[in-house]
Design a binder for this molecule. Structure first.
Ligand SMILES: CC(C)(COP(=O)(O)OP(=O)(O)OC[C@H]1O[C@@H](n2cnc3c(N)ncnc32)[C@H](O)[C@@H]1OP(=O)(O)O)[C@@H](O)C(=O)NCCC(=O)NCCS
Length: 164
């Protein structure tokens, strides 16, 4: 399929139903409408949608959280990518990479120490995308998903001298 120009932009509340639709089509991890609304309200500056011909075809939603060192709270903050998806018919054209790059750029601007995300160990496509962007496996989270699959906790440091 020929695709027109891709616009990567901040999500707005008007996008929420399209985001929920993409989430349902693409992932078994489905959050409530209220959860998506609250993420857009709080974290639109570090999240993005991809728009093609006035239609939202993908999203990356991220929240900001405080970091801990062991059990001790630490003043640093990080970006936690909660959900990433591109509609099947728009995949393999660089949209996922462009959205992730934009989010990483925004998190750098917000002076975050690192970016983390969880991904199914079997999700080779997503994992290869994250490796290409510089993420590494930090930990395997056993039986993280409801169906019992493990998650890889992947990290990208945004500072030179990181303790991760
Ligand atoms: C993961 C996902 C967001 C990637 O979106 P996308 O727009 O296709 O990503 P890109 O086109 O930027 O491709 C990025 C990389 O993914 C890999 N990739 C993409 N499509 C692929 C395919 N069909 N087969 C193998 N690798 C593929 C490639 O490594 C590609 O990099 P390259 O083309 O530079 O070699 C998309 O596949 C998706 O929505 N999957 C279902 C939901 C999901 O798994 N989300 C992640 C949960 S953590």
């Amino acid at each position: 399929m020929e695709i027109s120009e891709v616009l990567i932009r901040k999500p707005s509340m008007e996008d929420v139903h399209q985001i929920v639709h993409i989430n349902r089509v693409c992932l078994p991890e489905n959050y409530s409408l209220q959860y998506f609304i609250s993420i857009i309200q709080k974290y639109k500056d570090v999240s993005v949608v991809a728009e093609v011909d006035n239609k939202v075809v993908g999203y990356v939603l991220t929240r900001i959280e405080r970091m801990t060192k062991g059990f001790v709270p630490f003043s640093g903050k990080r970006g936690h990518v909660i959900s990433v998806a591109v509609l099947p018919e728009y995949r393999g054209r660089g949209i996922g990479s462009q959205m992730m790059q934009k989010v990483i750029e925004k998190l750098r601007e917000e002076k975050m120490e690192e970016v983390i995300l969880e991904v199914r160990v079997s999700n080779a496509v997503a994992r290869s995308l994250y490796f290409k962007l510089g993420f590494h496996d930090a930990e395997i989270l056993k039986r993280y998903y409801l169906d019992g699959e493990d998650a890889a906790l992947m990290k990208l440091s945004l500072v030179e001298d990181s303790f991760s």
